[in-house]
Design a binder for this molecule. Structure first.
Ligand code: C8R
Length: 266
């Protein structure tokens, strides 16, 4: 190749975290069509091309450490979606289990069962202020680079909207096999709990799940869960808690039927 034809490209900034997911844009668009045509056709028409563009416009050509929730507002507006009252399911440190459950209990929605959460789940993305392209080499790491990075700010913004929209009795799956079952620094503890609207959310019901075969403990009465109870009381939202909620326990036992705590079921 003659040297003159090679284009000079600005070197992209180097970060500590993994770069944008390969084929990011194609995955976004594919998931948008899959969701709107196949998973939830009842949602009605959504313009996936426009949604895809709004997503990338939110972060391309920008400093990935100065991302703002406003950057994602146009995207949020294009993906508005109503979740019926009593059907919202939050989770914290229990992603797999909560999603396993909504898969069989199809009328419950986690954020990933809504269009925007479905599109973004598991992906990584960032841009660069000196280039109009995505940075596939590296993206900021939350700890080592910056907390206001393009995907953390996104999850904060969509989690906030998801909680603001919730109504009736809402549910959360918590992990009873870790010490801070309710973690005030998690998205659930930091964003969602504080954005529930007391005038329309009557109750939060927590399901605290323990790993099967682990030691038995009563996490509903643990100090971290009591902290959640206190916060909700201050916000005038009723709270109830159940250890090892049966239907979700059953799913855990399907995956891991050996332990004696599963003998009852299998
Ligand atoms: N929510 C937050 N983060 C999400 C997410 C989501 O729906 N989906 C993904 N993939 N992520 P955690 P948490 C990514 O500590 O902090 C909403 C983000 O990179 O186990 O309490 C959802 O509505 C994020 O950093 O849970 C849910 O109710 C981790 O996964 C809470 O917030 C979150 O991992 C869960 O957030």
């Amino acid at each position: 190749v003659p040297v003159g034809i090679l284009m000079w490209r600005h070197p992209l900034q180097e970060w500590k975290g993994k770069g944008t997911t390969a084929h990011f844009y194609e995955i976004l668009l594919g998931r948008c069509y899959t969701y709107t045509q196949i998973v939830r056709p009842e949602l009605g028409h959504k313009d996936c091309q426009k949604i895809g563009k709004a997503f990338t416009t939110a972060f391309l050509s920008k400093d990935p450490c100065s991302s703002t929730e406003q950057d994602y507002q146009p995207l949020l507006e294009l993906t508005a979606q109503t979740v019926p009252c009593n059907k919202t399911l939050f989770w914290s440190k229990s992603s797999q289990l909560a999603h396993d459950y909504t898969r069989v209990q199809g009328d419950l929605f986690t954020l990933e069962d809504t269009l925007l959460g479905y599109m973004a789940d598991g992906l990584k993305w960032c841009g660069d202020p000196r280039s109009s392209e995505m940075n596939y080499q590296s993206c900021p790491d939350w700890r080592e680079d910056c907390s206001n990075n393009s995907f953390s700010v996104f999850w904060n913004a969509v989690s906030k909207r998801f909680a603001e929209d919730a109504c009736g009795v809402v549910h959360v799956v918590l992990n009873g096999s870790i010490s801070n079952t309710f973690d005030e620094r998690s998205t659930f503890g930091r964003v969602e709990v504080f954005n529930l609207r007391p005038e329309k959310v009557h109750q939060l019901q927590a399901w605290v799940m323990h790993d099967v075969g682990g030691v038995h403990s009563d996490s509903c009465s643990s100090s971290s869960v009591n902290n959640l109870k206190r916060i909700l009381k201050e916000r005038s939202i009723a709270f109830s808690c159940q250890n090892n909620y049966g239907p979700i326990r059953l799913l855990q036992c399907v995956k891991n039927p050996e332990p004696s705590s599963c003998r009852f079921y299998v």
